[in-house]
Design a protein around this ligand. Structure first.
Ligand code: NAD
Length: 367
């Protein structure tokens, strides 16, 4: 197995449909002397149907060995009544946990041709390019104790625990500063140090990592509530936003809406560098399996294709190829090709496969 092997997990619903277009992009690279090896397996509902579990041990082992996963989407109404432990989404959560994917990168980019799809005014979002970096394996979604208990007086009491260690904060801070160095060199660290102890520690540790290892990067601290407000007031002030699991969950969705379409949003989740310097990583579109449109050939494959561009950048260290692919997507949009979800007056409506073909044409045009 080479460092250029990718594990394909298409999943359910539109997952396999949008992943097929990534496969065609990989084919394009193969024809241009950049062969990538693809192994494919089942995950989510598709794995449950075959094996009675959303992620088999064998698939998990494969993901660990290969280290680079391209993921479609999982879930669907057919699986809604399954017990929690075998729901399709558990497959994804287990992969994230077992691969130690603590850093979730969600870029919010507004392609000029889509600036009018945003809920904000064009001038506020045109050319927007920010990166939300969310801590993914710690914080209040995992902290103990957690649960709901019955009190002697008959009431119920619910507890979640927000907890972070120095090490957890240091490693996500490092990813933030490294990302910023390859972008506009600015990090905004977001917490609520005014009311939360985890916020106080978060701020102190991020500042220490900055002063010790990344003094060349501009660092600012911001309270999470203010950050939410600033994201809709003046989003272009940001470059990299680094924050915890809970605030990242909220702020990344907020930033996503600035771009106007779920079908356009890529993401990457990265682990710590191994002894060989490589990080385990999983790339996936932000959207789900979209059962309402699955099987119709109308899903937008661009989020998945842009996730593959992130794979080229972060797992294969091919930033020029990532740029090439992102530019190809921008060009297709400029040419007026649109899937149904991003359709605008005067544009040409295309299917999933036609959008894939237009991206390949645009890639051809870069040669
Ligand atoms: P969804 O993202 O699947 O769909 C929301 C809406 O956006 C739908 O109307 C859908 O048609 C549309 N949409 C999404 N992606 C699109 C695309 N590429 N092109 C065009 N339109 C697109 O979210 P949902 O409906 O809340 O969830 C559906 C299923 O997906 C559920 O089972 C949910 O648990 C699962 N889900 C999985 C993931 C994942 O695999 N990472 C993420 C979110 C939801």
């Amino acid at each position: 197995m080479s460092a250029r092997t990718i594990l394909f997990l298409p999943g359910d619903g539109i997952g396999p449909e949008v992943m097929e277009e990534v496969r065609r992009v990989i084919g394009w690279y193969a024809r241009r002397q950049l062969p990538l090896e693809v192994e494919e397996d089942l995950v989510g509902g598709a794995a449950y149907d075959r094996y009675g579990t959303p992620l088999t041990e064998a698939t998990l082992e494969k993901a660990k060995t290969i280290g680079t996963v391209m993921f479609g989407a999982v879930g669907g109404p057919k699986y809604d009544s399954l017990p929690f432990e075998v729901k399709p989404e558990r497959g994804l959560l287990r992969l994230r946990k077992e691969l130690g994917l603590f850093a979730n990168l969600r870029p919010a980019m507004v392609f000029p041709a889509l600036a009018d799809a945003s809920s904000l005014k064009r001038e506020l979002v045109e050319g927007l390019d920010i990166m939300i970096l969310r801590e993914l394996t710690g914080g209040v979604y995992f902290g103990e104790p957690r649960g709901i208990e019955r009190l002697p007086d008959g009431q119920e009491r619910a507890v979640d625990t927000q907890v972070y260690t120095t090490g957890e904060i240091e490693r996500i801070a490092r990813v933030a500063f490294e990302l910023a160095r390859a972008r506009k060199n600015k990090v905004t660290s977001v917490e609520k140090a005014n009311v939360m102890h985890t916020g106080v520690l978060w701020r102190r540790v991020v500042q220490t990592v900055h002063d010790r290892e990344f003094p060349d990067v501009t660092l600012e601290h911001m309270y999470a509530d203010n950050c939410a407000m600033q994201l809709v007031r003046k989003p272009k002030q940001f470059d990299v936003i680094v924050t915890d699991n809970l605030f990242g969950d909220l702020l990344s969705d907020c930033a996503a809406m600035l771009t106007g379409s779920l079908g356009m949003l890529p993401s990457a989740s990265l682990g710590a560098p191994g002894p060989d310097g490589r990080r385990k990583a999983l790339y996936e579109p932000v959207h789900g399996s979209a059962p309402d449109i699955a099987g119709q050939g109308i899903a937008n494959p661009l989020a998945c294709i842009l996730s593959f561009a992130m794979l080229l950048r972060w797992s294969l260290a091919l930033p020029a190829e990532a740029d090439r692919l992102e530019k190809a997507v921008a060009r297709v949009l400029e040419q007026g090709y649109r899937t149904a979800d991003i359709m605008q007056p005067g544009c040409t409506r295309v299917s999933t496969a036609e959008m894939g073909s237009r991206v390949l044409d645009a890639l051809d045009a870069t040669i």
